[in-house]
Design a protein. Structure first.
Length: 367
């Protein structure tokens, strides 16, 4: 069983935020907001700020809210301005709060953890933990399953499977199935192979491949069938994350697009995990915040008036080689944050969407 990886997003981002960056308050920002169950700091900040990734500045300007993680449903948050005209938040706690209860006996009741989090990461932990992208070269170097103790081509729980390389005795390994090849829609080049977790197991025999003796894994958990040729990877390889994600907007020159969703859907919303076609080669780093945008449909002028290019006649389309008579705008529809970076691609978590995001939506610097 893979050990749970607990990810904590803390308030340490404040030290890396330049106060020269002016906070922009939403035009329709309310004067007060009542915290409800299910809120996150990102959600609440987005109520007030046009740039919710600058949430630490809005919260930390006020010593009354020195730890937003101690905000609870029912609390009333008010937007005010200090003597310098800088926005800040004040807090009026709800009347009822979780508390520690003590008695003369040796007994203790812990308070329920109902405080507001930056992001409810338990919702996305399985995606963050298991998704992987390997290049063809990396896959060639990985050990793989050659068979099982039952002689079947596929196996499930309770089986022992054999691996074509030496393993570390008692260590836990993840077993992956080779998935689809990810192609960059812009360059048409391969970004690697998206692999699916199928099972985990513990090495009960380290093997001696020099003597042609395969290693043995005892399968402990199987999500689906294990097949000959499936890849074997130590459970923590590529699965370790920083305890602190420093959120920051990407550079103004950044451009990219969404190329895959962990759900394999064509549309997706808040707290879903997606893959983007930018990585280390493009100076992407963990914590980067990007705006999700969509180009408005192209329009051409015809003898009967303006029409969407897709609905225009072939003749009208031939007369408009650029595809549109107008430079249609790219409209923002949400934001996402990168949490895992590969050489040419990255995995990101959608933080907010006004409408469902789609494959091939544009990624750019937040406005």
């Amino acid at each position: 069983m893979l050990k749970k990886i607990i990810l904590t997003l803390s308030l340490c981002t404040l030290s890396l935020i330049t106060f020269a960056e002016q906070l922009k308050i939403n035009d329709n920002a309310p004067k007060t907001y009542v915290v409800v169950k299910g809120d996150t700091l990102w959600d609440i900040s987005a109520v007030f700020l046009k740039q919710p990734w600058l949430w630490p500045k809005l919260w930390r300007l006020n010593p009354e809210i020195n730890n937003p993680h101690l905000i609870y449903p029912g609390d009333v948050i008010s937007l005010v301005f200090d003597e310098n005209g800088e926005p800040m938040l004040t807090l009026k706690p709800a009347k009822v709060k979780p508390s520690l209860k003590w008695s003369p006996k040796i007994r203790q009741q812990n308070k329920a953890d109902t405080s507001i989090k930056l992001l409810p990461l338990e919702v996305v932990a399985p995606f963050i933990k298991y998704d992987h992208l390997f290049s063809a070269e990396q896959l060639e170097q990985l050990p793989h399953i050659i068979g099982s103790d039952e002689g079947y081509r596929s196996s499930t729980n309770g089986f022992k499977v054999y691996v074509n390389q030496d393993l570390v005795l008692s260590k836990t390994y993840a077993i992956y199935n080779k998935g689809e090849e990810i192609i960059d829609p812009e360059t048409k080049k391969s970004l690697g192979f998206y692999v699916d977790l199928v099972a985990t197991g513990q090495a009960v025999n380290e093997g001696n491949i020099d003597q042609k003796e395969p290693a043995t894994l005892k399968v402990s958990t199987a999500k689906r069938e294990i097949r000959s040729g499936d890849y074997v990877v130590p459970v923590h390889e590529g699965q370790m994350f920083p305890s602190v994600f420093t959120m920051k907007a990407v550079d103004k020159s950044f451009r990219g697009s969404i190329i895959k969703a962990a759900s394999d859907g064509r549309e997706f919303g808040k707290l879903e995990v997606v893959m983007i076609n930018r990585g280390l080669e493009h100076k992407v780093s963990v914590g980067d915040v990007m705006s999700i945008k969509r180009l408005s449909p192209a329009v051409v002028e015809t003898s009967t008036g303006p029409k969407y290019t897709m609905e225009a006649s072939r003749w009208n389309r031939l007369l408009t080689p650029e595809g549109s008579d107008y430079k249609m705008p790219e409209e923002p529809l949400g934001e996402l944050m990168v949490f895992k970076v590969y050489q040419q691609a990255s995995m990101a978590l959608i933080l907010r969407t006004e409408k469902p995001a789609r494959l091939h939506d544009i990624l750019a610097a937040p406005e």
